[in-house]
Design a protein around this ligand. Sequence first.
Ligand code: PA5
Length: 447
Amino acid sequence: MEMLRTDFKNMLRDGVGRHGLSPAELQRLGRRAERCLAELKEERAKGRCPFLNLPYQKEVVGEIKRIDKELRSWVRDFVVLGIGGSALGNIALHQALNPPYISGHENPRIHVIDTIDPDLFDGLLKSLDLKHTVFNVISKSGTTVETVAQFLIVRERLKDSLGSAYPRHIITTTDPEDGALRRLAEREGYRQLFIPKGVGGRYSVLSPVGLLSATVSGINIDELLGGAVEMDKRCQVGARHAVPLQENPAMLGACLQYLSYKRGRHITVIMPYSSALEAVGEWFCQLWAESLGKKSSLKGKVIHCGPTPVMAVGPTDQHSQLQLYMEGPFDKVITFVAVEKFKAQVEIPQSPEADFQYLSGHTLAGLMEAERGGTELALAEAGRPSYTIYLPELSAFHVGGLLYMFQVQTALAGKLFGVNPFDQPGVEAGKAHTSALLGKDRGMLSA
Ligand code: PA5
């Protein structure tokens, strides 16, 4: 089955003139990226970069399916409490793969609450029948203040309405050894799932973090992981022996992005032409920003580097941000994500009005691709580089492959930029200040 393909002609000089890359410089960087790939493989063999092995966790998948089966007999609403990497992947999967307007209740409804907005949170809790609701509390550290606050509120409301039956309504997904949440789950007897050691939040979508809510919502997680396995094979292909760079889409993406940054294009726009992929775009923005935005290089030199990801969605943002991309500063590179085959075939009917007849006989999917292609051409004429990732269809297999590819691309880009893509000292600093302001030293949030 075809996984995905990248068309990058409009990143090159032939496509966009002097603002484009030369094939020779891409080839040169390809050789460096080849060494980065070799390093990544070595690290993987030594048990580092465990996110690369998530698609192969058969036992965990069995456990998740068992939990799912049991929940289906009594759960109507499944609520994820988490934030950042402990929520964005869940939202991305759910939005990409489940129908947008669900009628009937074949599967439990999924809610992913990655905020502490009081009105939203209280509104949701009031709308739920707690007897038929499960809360999946996801936190790798087990200490993130937003998630802890949500959990404390939920636990109290569950206790108030269900008494001693409440632990059945909480499932924690956390570190297998450390953290206050882990200890508390043990003590109170919640069901527990674990995030493998060394897998950080933004690389955890294919771990129990993303898989439980995905399977409960009806997504086929075997296919999802199957797509990631297929992509894993493609992301191991090197550019040696005359294999073209595009055979490894993660390596190609990392090279295109890195060279663009070095050319002063410090903003990377991700623009899916699909409403279902909007949340995948948001997920990518977090992955890219938190992994590559770093003060120090791996060698300890202060470099303050990192591309700024921006989310846009086609065609909506053609009528919003596109004017800036077309005529503003030459500081952007645009990644389009196109879906080759949408699920619905919606034809535009014949129009008796002469003004609209050019649309007759086209489908909405055809119009979507014409708009994307037209935008790409207009950008190229204005000297603005872009490339397109074509996804054959919005299936679990292809989305699994896409997410895995973006993660490998980010790990390789980290190597090209010379930074650690797996830490987030800036985020930790903010967390520490927030906790201090709330009096954590006085033990308020500890278990
Ligand atoms: O990607 C990351 O590491 C972060 O975005 C975390 O996922 C986020 O800060 C939440 O952390 P935790 O899962 O520890 O609650």
